[in-house]
Structures are given as C-alpha cells and as structure tokens.
Design a protein around this ligand. Structure first.
Ligand code: KG4
Ligand code: ZN
Length: 335
C-alpha cells in the first residue's frame, strides 16, 4: 500500500508517502512557519491555519511527484489531534476532500501516536518496550505492549521538556525554537559550572516537572546583564541547563524500563533530536542491558512520515475500523 500522510497540527505543514511493501518513505516535504511566527514572538493560531491553507496543496503535489507513483496513493492518513483547532481543520478538510476526489479512505491519526511509533519508520521495532515521548508539548513515558495498546506510566505535571528549552532560551534572549540553539551552545560549554536542580529525580513515581528548572535558571541570571556576558558564560549556562533536563529524562526512562521489565526503549519527539540526550541515553542504557532506538533525526520534530507510518501500523494490525474512516459526509470529529 502507498499511504499519503498529512500533518498540520501546529506550525509545520508536512506531507509524506509511505510504501508498506518496501517499508520506505518515498517522498517527504515539510514547510516550517517558524519565521512567520517569530515576527509575532510566538505561534499565532489564526496565522498558522492560513499558512497551512496556502502551502499544503503545493506540498502534496511535490510529494506525489517526488514519490513517482503512477496513480494516487491507496489511503490518506491525517493528524486529527491534539493540536491547534484551526490548523488541524485545514489538514483534515483537505484530506477528506482528496478522499472524495480520488475515492480512497481517510484514516485519522493521533499526533502523539505518530510520534510514539516514529522510531519504527526506519528500523524494525521490538515489543514490548517503553517509549519516552519528549516534545515541545509533551513529556510522556508510555509502555507499548503492542501497536494500539499503550499505558501511560508518567508525564510532566507542568512544562514539557521541549517547552523548558524554549522558555529558558527566551529568558536568555535566544530565538525559538530554543532546543536546537541551546544544544549548539552547550557543545562548547561546561555542564558543571551552574548548579541547577533535577526536578522529581528522587520521587518514586515516573512523572516529570520542568517549570521549577526554568524558575531556577531565572533566579541564576537575575540581576545579570546577559548580553554583557561573554560567550563562554552563555555556553556554560546552556550546557548546565541541557545536562539538568537530560539527567532527569535518562534516569526516569531507564527506571521505567526496569519497573516494566522490558529491554527496549524508544525515544521520539522533537527533543529526541538532541545529541547529548542520545549519547547519555545509549551509554546509561547499556549498563541496564536496555537497547535504545531513536526516531531518525528528520522524524523527531513534526513530520508527516510518522502519520503515514502510524496509519500503516493500524492497517497491518487490523485496527482500522470502518467507523474510524472518514468520507465526505461524515462530520469531522473536531467540529
Ligand atoms: O515534536 P515537536 O516538533 O513538536 C511538538 O509536537 O511539540 O518538538 C518541538 C520541540 C521544541 O520545543 C524544540 O525546542 C525541541 O523540540 N527540540 C530540541 C531539539 N530540536 C528540537 N530540543 C533539544 N535539542 C534539540 N536538538
Ligand atoms: Zn509533535
């Protein structure tokens, strides 16, 4: 089967075609709206919807061309939530319209499940496992017993890890998204220079909390003219912040694997692109005999390959029910 994936839940318009026979992504396009929103100092939902509407048709055309298929794909997979309501509606409406025109089924996919399964796009997945889903909107530890069978083990009680990177970057006068900028600066920094807390690390549960870390950083820089500090000071602060976040993510993920008695850990979501997290996770997991599988770099942040792939997983595991398919007449569950 060829599956066209569409993702418009936030500020990225993305399309991809997944081929279930070869297990490959045949074409993939992402248009990021970051620069448009940066002018407003944050994501403006109405602007996001309009941008999706403007760019989605061209992205679909380009992806179909790149994939070189002789006919339209067999199914369309589209993100139906969670996300910005208007932005989701653009993707869902477009998918449903194409479903009518080309007479193919439209499969609604949860954005978080897309992230959750994304390590499987590039490599065979071994189950059961624990997944750390660590993005701008979520920090979750999930036990994956089988495709479609998920148990929430822990989550952030306030800010997500990516949100913490983004808010701290803002505090330091750095652009959005903060994660990649802080990671780059941290490469040249000393993670031990600033003593920052590791929130919830010693609590017996598998929950997280990152808003206190942001506050601790705020107190560290209070009364300091950040712009007047030299680059080494900034790099050291970035490295100390990154180390605090990564420490908690690594320790809690491995504790989850031990508690669940599983030997496979998947890591997905935007923050999974962080190279320091990858290094530390792999090193510490080997001490626990746990194998770690990360989503590929281009599939960590929002993308449509993960949506198409999740739809294929639903089909392969018999989870696509007729009443979960949309046709032109059925109301979008969002409205
Ligand atoms: O998965 P994603 O694209 O969007 C959500 O579904 O939330 O994740 C975006 C988040 C942002 O908070 C961004 O700062 C973070 O992922 N991020 C990173 C890195 N690349 C993206 N955080 C740390 N290090 C990175 N290299
Ligand atoms: Zn996402």
């Amino acid at each position: 089967m060829y599956i066209l994936g569409i993702e418009t839940s936030c500020d990225e318009s993305a399309t991809a075609i997944y081929d279930s026979v070869s297990g490959c992504v045949l074409g993939e396009k992402i248009y990021s709206q970051i620069e448009t929103h940066n002018r407003f100092g944050g994501i403006v939902p109405e602007v996001a919807s309009r941008e999706h509407l403007k760019f989605l048709p061209a992205l679909v055309d380009q992806t179909l061309k790149e994939a070189g298929l002789s006919s339209f794909p067999d199914a369309i997979a589209v993100t139906h939530g969670p996300g910005l309501m208007g932005a989701l509606l653009v993707g869902v409406s477009y998918a449903k319209a194409m479903g009518v025109v080309y007479g193919c089924p439209v499969i609604p996919i949860n954005h978080l499940e897309g992230h959750l399964l994304s390590p499987g796009i590039m490599q065979p997945l071994q189950l059961p496992c624990v997944t750390l889903l660590v993005s701008g909107g979520h920090t979750l530890l999930v036990a994956v017993d089988a495709v479609g069978q998920y148990r929430l083990l822990g989550q952030s009680l306030d800010d997500a890890a990516g949100e913490c990177f983004d808010k701290c970057a803002r505090l330091l006068g750095l652009p959005y998204p903060g994660g990649p900028v802080i990671a780059k600066m941290a490469e040249q920094g000393d993670p031990k220079r600033f003593d920052l807390p590791r929130p919830m690390l010693h609590k017996k549960n598998l929950h997280f909390s990152f808003s206190g870390l942001k506050t601790a950083l705020m107190y560290k820089v209070r009364g300091t003219d950040i712009q007047q500090q030299d680059q080494q000071w900034k790099n050291d602060l970035a490295a100390s912040l990154q180390a605090a976040i990564v420490d908690v993510l690594v320790k809690k993920s491995l504790r989850a694997c031990v508690e669940e008695q599983v030997s496979h850990l998947w890591v997905a979501g935007g923050v999974a692109a962080n190279l320091y997290l990858r290094e530390r996770m792999i090193a510490q997991a080997s001490e626990h005999d746990v194998s770690v599988c990360f989503a590929a770099g281009q599939h960590c942040t929002d993308n449509a390959a993960m949506i198409a792939y999740a739809a294929w997983q639903h089909i392969e595991h018999g989870l696509v029910k007729k009443d979960r398919l949309w046709d032109a007449q059925s109301r979008c569950p969002l409205v």
